[in-house]
Design a protein around this ligand. Structure first.
Ligand code: DX5
Ligand code: ZN
Length: 265
């Protein structure tokens, strides 16, 4: 069945559905038209990466994270080709969906993202973030299909990819709604944060004040301030959350950092 409106998956304990997802509206200004210098209109989204969870108990791990205050669940989909690791695909997303209404923030580290649109729509995924490195030929069609299936499109870039490569996708008439700046080489959890990637985040935030900017890799209490002060508002964190004695404290600290840094803007 075609779904034409974005779904607002959220943890059942969150009362208000914050309608911060935009629909396809021809009247809507592009990110460039919004221009720089306006107050950031983006909200913090803390997204534990389920790659660090106990996959054998995915549903209870997801519930645990939502109870700890997570906004989104970050789902790392890898194909063993785009990255040298293999994780989950649409069947696992579909299984998890039966247990959770959460926003499932899918990060596709795959060579052929377009092949995943239909299966992930059927699985009721929420966000669909593909990599710019493998979508040079068909990003317009990809964005269009993702939106027509009721998912929210995002684009990710690897550490070695120049930030300019995502501009056309954000400036497009039919734009992506999130940029994911990788702060490690994609493929594995538990790697060291690359602070030099913060230049990309700063440039993006200056150019697009109200864009969702996500960072992924090595985020935790010791690195969150760097990311938040550069302008990131969507924070993916795997090992620092799942490995913490009190994951709720880590989630809350990261949210606080994003909010405090936004106030300074
Ligand atoms: C890596 C994945 C990340 C990973 C992050 O390719 O995209 O989402 O799970 O894990 P940490 O937070 O441990 O670096
Ligand atoms: Zn990821």
């Amino acid at each position: 069945m075609e779904k034409f409106l974005f779904r607002t998956h959220r943890p059942s304990h969150v009362a208000a559905a914050a309608p911060d997802k935009t629909t396809q509206n021809p009247e809507k200004p592009t990110q460039s038209q919004i221009g720089s210098g306006t107050k950031m209109g983006v909200t913090p989204k803390i997204a534990p990466s389920m790659l660090s969870s106990d996959f054998a108990n995915l549903a209870s791990e997801a519930k645990r994270m939502l109870d700890f205050g997570a906004d989104w669940l970050h789902m790392d989909i890898m194909d063993g080709h785009f990255v040298p690791n293999l994780t989950i695909g649409a069947p696992v997303i579909e299984s998890l969906r039966k247990h959770s209404e959460a926003y499932l923030d899918c990060h596709l580290m795959v060579t052929n993202p377009i092949d995943y649109v239909e299966p992930l729509c059927k699985a009721d995924a929420s966000g669909f973030t593909f990599h710019v490195e493998v979508s040079k030929e068909n990003w317009q069609e990809l964005i269009q299909r993702i939106k027509s299936k009721g998912m929210r499109p995002g684009v990710a870039l690897k550490p070695g990819t120049p930030i300019e490569e995502v501009y056309p996708l954000v400036d497009s008439e039919n734009p992506v709604e999130m940029v994911l700046v990788m702060t490690v080489e994609p493929g594995f959890g538990g790697q060291k944060f690359m602070p030099e990637m913060m230049d990309k985040v700063r440039i993006l935030r200056k150019k697009y004040p109200s864009l969702d900017i996500e960072v992924d890799g090595g985020l935790g209490p010791s690195t969150i301030d760097m990311a938040a002060s550069a302008g990131a508002n969507c924070i993916v964190a795997g090992s620092s959350v799942f490995g913490a004695p009190e994951p709720a404290a880590v989630i809350s600290l990261m949210r606080k950092s994003v909010l405090e840094n936004q106030e300074k803007c």
